[in-house]
Design a protein around this ligand. Structure first.
Ligand SMILES: [Fe+2]
Length: 592
């Protein structure tokens, strides 16, 4: 049975394909059309899904969409009627969404096929149920507490659920305009981070702040039984777009969230790309602190309703890895499964798996232990891509490649590392990564100056061999998808100085051989040379979506000041004096 899952006309449009209950392939449209957070129709992603399993669209039995504009309709109408100025917008939005619901026509149009060929049954699933399904049905558990939170989806910002067997029983919803995601976005915008997806930057800024505005920011959110309320005086009223608008070309645009009250209290908002002041850091600090307090309040109440150790979690706010790292200290939950694509691209997997398990009542079979669900490319394709731009390269067997790359990293070189299938979700986890030495004091500045050009306060992340986690970090719960931040042990901070944030934490990826043998063996090779079982890992890109194809990786390598490219079985070095690439000398080169 083939099920196609979709997130469409929403930020991070995506597609996933499920064969007999197993997720075979999943990709966000942005990786294919190269438009960050693209929110249109995922036509290229659908084609890639079909190609990956060798199917035609006529082979698809079910199409499941992680959005249901009929969900929570009474709440939407109630809100519109209470805000008469919004009624016209509300009606327009409904009309627009109706046009977008014609999935059969949209797919036929994108694939240029006759709609009569399409025999699939169509399913629409409420946004947050799809988030929870994306996590629970990929987890190893047959029962768990389910939690989802984000800006908004189908007029809901937060959902709790009891997950058991093939059933996700919704326990509670927090409806708009009350939203922790909106709170985060509002303050992000006020301190100059106005783009969709900027929240992670402000999370990194927060530890530089002081407790100046906590009392003030705390007042914006009131805790309630199984929920919370925002003080709406701090917010512009919601428009037709629930704070976020997808333009006809798929661009995602945020509406201004903060009201004039923020100006009266805190002065002028910071303009993007201007100097960050102590006020901005202090607001970030207060925001992150209040966000965590509300989050743990919600989790502790959920735990009372579902007294289990296991928590399955998704939604854009579940990417807040700082909060995730404190779950084990602040709640009774003992294990988490957080969908690697916790944001809205993950809806495609959630909708498809919900159809398989909850609608069709098919048994649970598969656990997703890794995020490598995207496209991969053969050595012959990689070689022709290298040749087409005149790059000289050396083909190596795996051991030689690992030794050579580990030596380069140990020598302080910056390595583009392109291997196997692309990651699903926003994190590069060792297949489309830039890797470097974590223990060189100037490495963060080197990476920023030469390649990444990120804000000075944003930390880089460590990938660590899972069996060494307890030696380096104060928590040993695994973090395979780089979604937990833990304290680094004092005696190890020097070894990890390039990934040690200002509050002595690191957003780690734990790596096992089962999940990614090539990346695991690379870190082992580096460990043998340096005694450090960790590499610095940042995404393989330069102000663009993470590279997907060999051509994109090669282009990024050539236009930035990366030293080395390890792509498939090939190694390319850049000559630091002429910036030309040169052939690597090796015993294999001499022998071949
Ligand atoms: Fe969402």
């Amino acid at each position: 049975m083939l099920i196609l899952g979709l997130n469409m006309f929403h930020a991070d449009a995506s597609a996933a394909i499920v064969l007999d209950g197993e997720v075979k392939f999943a990709v966000a449209e942005e990786r294919l059309n190269r438009r960050k957070h693209f929110g249109g129709f995922p036509g290229l992603a659908i084609k890639a899904c079909l190609d990956a399993v060798g199917a035609n669209i006529s082979d698809i039995d079910h199409v499941a969409v992680g959005q249901d504009s009929d969900a929570n309709l009474a709440k939407k109408v109630q809100y519109a009627l209470a805000n008469p100025a919004k009624v016209l917008n509300f009606i327009r939005l409904r009309q627009r969404k109706e046009a977008m619901r014609n999935v059969r026509w949209l797919i036929a149009n994108a694939l240029e096929v006759d709609p009569a060929q399409l025999r699939f049954q169509e399913h629409h699933l409420e946004h947050h149920i799809a988030h929870i399904a994306s996590s629970y049905y990929c987890s190893p558990w047959d029962k768990a507490a389910g939690f989802s939170y984000d800006g908004s989806g189908d007029f809901v910002s937060t959902m709790t659920a009891r997950c058991e067997g093939n059933n996700i029983e919704v326990l509670n919803r927090v409806f708009l305009p009350h939203s922790l995601g909106s709170l985060y976005t509002m303050i992000c915008e006020f301190i100059g981070y106005t783009q969709y997806g900027d929240e992670g930057k402000v999370m990194g800024l927060a530890p530089y702040g002081r407790d100046t505005y906590c009392h003030e920011i705390d007042k914006i959110v009131q805790l309630e039984d199984h929920g919370f309320q925002l003080d709406l005086n701090y917010f512009k009223p919601l428009g037709s777009n629930q704070g976020m608008q997808v333009l006809p070309d798929g661009t995602v645009r945020l509406a201004r969230h903060f009201s004039d009250r923020m100006l009266r209290l805190h002065g002028e908002p910071r303009q993007p790309h201007t100097e960050i002041t102590q006020r901005d850091m202090d607001l970030a600090f207060a925001l992150q602190r209040r966000f965590e307090e509300v989050f743990f309040h919600l989790l502790n109440q959920l735990r009372q309703q579902v007294p289990l150790d296991d928590l399955a979690m998704a939604g854009g706010c579940a990417l807040n890895s700082v909060a995730n790292g404190k779950i084990f200290d602040r709640t009774p939950f003992r294990r988490t499964y957080i969908q690697p694509a916790a944001g809205d691209e993950g809806l495609a997997i959630g909708a498809a798996l919900h159809t398989f398990h909850s609608v069709l009542k098919q048994p649970r079979r598969h656990e997703i232990k890794h995020s490598y669900l995207g496209p991969e490319f053969s050595d012959s394709r990689i070689q022709s891509a290298l040749r087409s731009v005149g790059l000289q390269c050396q083909k190596m067997d795996r051991k030689m490649l690992l030794d050579a790359v580990a030596a380069e990293i140990a020598n302080g070189k910056v390595v583009g590392w392109f291997q196997g299938r692309m990651e699903w979700g926003p994190r590069a986890l060792g297949n489309r990564s830039i890797v470097a030495h974590p223990g060189l004091p100037d490495m963060k500045d080197v990476l920023n100056a030469r390649i990444k050009h990120r804000e000075w306060f944003r930390p880089f992340a460590p990938s660590i061999l899972a069996e060494h986690q307890h030696e380096y970090f104060e928590h040993d719960h695994p973090s395979p998808f780089m979604l937990h931040v833990y304290k680094i042990r004092p005696e190890k901070r020097k070894d990890l100085c390039a990934v040690n944030h200002v509050d002595d934490t690191g957003r780690l990826q734990t790596v096992t051989r089962d999940e990614n043998p090539v990346y695991y063996d690379l870190i082992c090779a580096f460990h043998r040379k340096t005694g450090i079982p960790v590499v610095l890992n940042t995404s393989f890109n330069e102000n663009e979506p993470i590279v997907c194809t060999p051509e994109e990786a090669i282009d990024c390598f050539r236009r930035t000041h990366m030293d080395v490219l390890a792509i498939g079985s090939f190694l390319v070095l850049k000559n630091p004096t002429s910036s030309d690439e040169r052939l690597v000398s090796s015993s294999e080169a001499k022998n071949s």
